[in-house]
Design a binder for this molecule. Structure first.
Ligand code: ADP
Ligand code: MN
Ligand code: MN
Ligand code: MN
Length: 362
């Protein structure tokens, strides 16, 4: 990958600025592979700009190469469900996020969007809003955190969070490029910051209503990986990339319903926390792609986390499972923050469970 980052970008640019035929639009089909964690993509030419994902033809791919099918019956179908502008190819070219189906129409095991969308349709009248804080870590080719000394460690945590200055900030170009690319694409990116561990960063997406949250976060992750290719920097969503006294990476999920946002909404927030307290282990199982195993490395009770086996809630408490932001407590309305989801969580699953537990009261 470092090799592709070193290719001559001005030669590349001379091709990429060639005039493109009006009736040839590049559509990048993007989908979640069999890990439930990583993305794949491939391109097809369309002859007109689709106004809606349903106008983009379904397609297929070899599921035996993505951990989603046997070699003997390997076709997996792609159904485009959301469109974004392509910040890499620009012009009329697009990114199309897809759901995946087996040959007989059944969902693939990692198509968690489908059920999530059914739940979101059910709870539509409660107008659920989500905002997700995606943390991630930059690494060099060899898996070492980007900018860390090759031997030993950088100084202890303290000066890096929201830092400025060359000794405390590692890899800002990636973050800035990603922010612009997301805005161009049509992702509702709402902020970014350097994190507590050097080379760790966060961006926020939201608030987004319903299923849109999952779509937007997955596309934002895809864009980040592509930018990583261009710079020759590895992006990892591993929830605990460095053992020891280094913060892990989460995907805090902020959540509100119409009732929570209205006057006295704090009652609905407290009611939600009571419901969440009764389904802690169910949520933990769904908050990382390995049924809680990934989060076990991260939710230790230290480094601004609650222990994975405990459910706690508190105002402005960053050591709790659920935090009520101070401002919401003061205004008596707003939203809650679920701090448990892992950085590599599937947002479709996280928002589905929040809606089921809090709104449907399952
Ligand atoms: P933190 O203080 O935990 O670091 P951030 O500023 O990083 O918080 O992220 C806050 C997130 O909450 C943003 O993604 C924002 O879109 C989202 N958010 C704000 N208001 C609401 C709301 N009413 N419902 C759901 N999400 C919200
Ligand atoms: Mn944050
Ligand atoms: Mn953070
Ligand atoms: Mn947070």
């Amino acid at each position: 990958m470092e090799y592709s980052a070193r290719l001559n970008k001005s030669i590349y640019h001379s091709y990429m600025t060639l005039e493109q035929p009006e009736d040839m639009i590049q559509c990048m089909y993007i989908w979640i592979d069999g890990t439930g964690e990583f993305l794949r993509s491939k391109t097809r030419t369309l002859d007109a700009s689709p106004k809606d994902p349903s106008e983009i033809p379904s397609w297929n791919y070899d599921g035996s190469s993505t951990g989603q099918a046997e070699g003997s019956n390997s076709d997996i179908y792609l159904k485009p469900v959301a469109i974004y502008r392509d910040p890499f190819r620009r012009g009329k070219n697009i990114l199309a996020l897809c759901e995946t189906f087996k040959y007989d129409g059944r969902l693939t095991e990692t198509n968690l969007r489908h059920t999530s969308k059914e739940i979101m349709d059910k709870v539509k009248d409660d107008v659920p809003w989500f905002g997700m804080e995606q943390e991630y870590t930059l690494l060099t080719q060899d898996g070492h955190p980007f900018g860390w000394p090759k031997q030993g460690y950088p100084g202890p945590q303290g000066p890096y969070y929201c830092a400025v200055g060359p000794t405390n900030v590692y890899g800002r170009d990636v973050v800035e490029a990603h922010y612009r690319a997301c805005m161009y694409a049509g992702v509702k990116i709402s902020g970014s910051n350097a994190e507590v561990m050097p080379a760790q960063w966060e961006f926020q997406v939201g608030p987004c209503e319903g299923i849109n949250m999952g779509d937007q976060l997955w596309i934002a992750r895809y864009i980040l990986q592509r930018i990583g290719e261009d710079f020759g920097v590895v992006v990892t969503f591993d929830p605990k990339p460095m053992e020891g006294d280094w913060n892990g990476a989460g995907c805090h999920t902020n959540f509100s319903t119409k009732a929570m946002r209205e006057a006295d909404g704090i009652k609905a927030i407290e009611d939600a926390i009571t419901k969440l307290s009764k389904r802690h282990s169910l949520h933990i199982k769904a908050y990382d792609p390995k049924g809680g195993m990934d989060n076990r490395r991260r939710l230790t009770g230290a480094h601004e986390t609650a222990h994975i086996d405990d459910f706690t809630a508190g105002i402005a408490n960053r050591g709790a499972s659920i935090r009520i932001p101070r401002q919401c407590a003061e205004e008596g309305k707003g939203y809650l923050e679920d701090r448990r989801p892992s950085s590599n969580c599937d947002p479709y699953k996280v928002i589905e469970l929040l809606a089921r537990t809090v709104i449907l009261g399952e």
